[in-house]
Design a protein around this ligand. Structure first.
Ligand code: SAM
Ligand code: SF4
Length: 279
């Protein structure tokens, strides 16, 4: 029996599993854990063990139809500035709770689109975090970057604040797929972003790709993989497209009829993985 038939007979293609990128996962959040429990847990941290800090920037200038991340669209910086102000207030509250001497080993800015922040807000936020949790000598600072929503000045500001890892969103380079997911992103713009990141001294570069998108087939994904390999990323994330229009309303703009079915999704993932391993 071929592997794909064996997996089918075990029910792989009938299983419905949720897509989670956080822990603890949202469905297990409960009012039973509130501010008091949070303060208690934070105060009990061992100052000898560096912590990882995640900051979520839930704003995007464009809202891609496929996206299931927690974000909201904005054409102005007004809500973004007010959000940074709130983060600063929250950091001030943390200062009184965290044990003395605690250091930050890792910081990650995700979203949404952290690169919606102009240089002045990048500096303000990075400095506000460092003032409360000073970084270790060898700390990692990674940022999710939308290549269409960044410029040299923002990259420079992030590098000055210590960014040493970057993750760029790609998903797929095929124009038909991009149109069907509401995310137009020419290869040239992505390559220019990669060059700017490398010129700013970023040595660790991740690229996000997705399999299972509308109209994707082996030939289209293969072409995307070739283009991605041309960019020579250090890491790759190949997500399976989670179509959950009842959660992420913007996905209702995606025609479910042109989504690859279960077996085709498996073949797409296998094909991309084979090409990356053969690199
Ligand atoms: C916050 S976004 C990336 C940062 C930046 N906003 C951008 O678009 O380049 C994080 C990643 O989650 C993945 N993602 C978002 N929605 C998804 C979905 N419905 N299924 C699978 N992966 C998804 C995409 O690969 C995306 O690059
Ligand atoms: S993929 Fe990135 S830019 Fe597009 S909506 Fe999601 S977070 Fe925003």
């Amino acid at each position: 029996m071929k592997q794909i038939d064996r997996l089918g007979s075990l029910g792989l293609f009938d299983a419905r599993v949720p897509r989670y990128t956080s822990y603890p996962t949202a469905p297990v959040f409960s009012p039973a854990v509130g501010a008091a429990e949070q303060a208690q847990a934070l105060a009990a941290l061992d100052p000898a063990v560096p912590v990882s800090v995640y900051l979520h920037i839930p704003f995007c200038e464009r809202l891609c139809w496929f996206c299931a991340c927690r974000t909201q669209g904005t054409k102005t910086l007004t809500p973004v500035e007010s959000y940074i102000g709130t983060l600063e207030q929250e950091l001030a509250l943390l200062k009184d709770i965290l044990p003395k001497g605690l250091r930050m080993g890792r910081m990650h800015w995700g979203g949404g689109t952290p690169t919606i922040l102009p240089p002045a807000l990048i500096h303000r936020l990075a400095q506000a975090v460092r003032a409360v949790i000073p970084p270790t000598e060898d700390h990692e600072f990674s940022v999710e970057i939308d290549p269409t929503m960044v410029d040299r000045a923002k990259i420079q500001a992030l590098a000055e604040e210590g960014m040493n890892r970057a993750s760029i969103g790609i998903q797929d380079f095929d124009p038909l797929v991009q149109e069907a997911i509401g995310r137009l992103q020419p290869f040239d713009i992505t390559r220019a972003c990669v060059e700017d990141l490398r010129a700013a001294g970023i040595r660790s570069l991740n690229a996000d790709l997705i399999y299972g998108l509308p109209h994707q087939d082996i030939a289209r994904l293969d072409d995307t993989v070739s283009k991605v390999l041309d960019l020579v990323p250090d890491r790759l994330a190949l997500f399976g497209y989670a179509h959950v229009p009842w959660v992420s309303k913007r996905q209702q703009l995606i025609d479910a009829e042109v989504l690859p079915k279960e077996v085709a999704r498996f073949e797409l993932a296998e094909h991309a993985a084979r090409r990356f391993r053969a690199r």
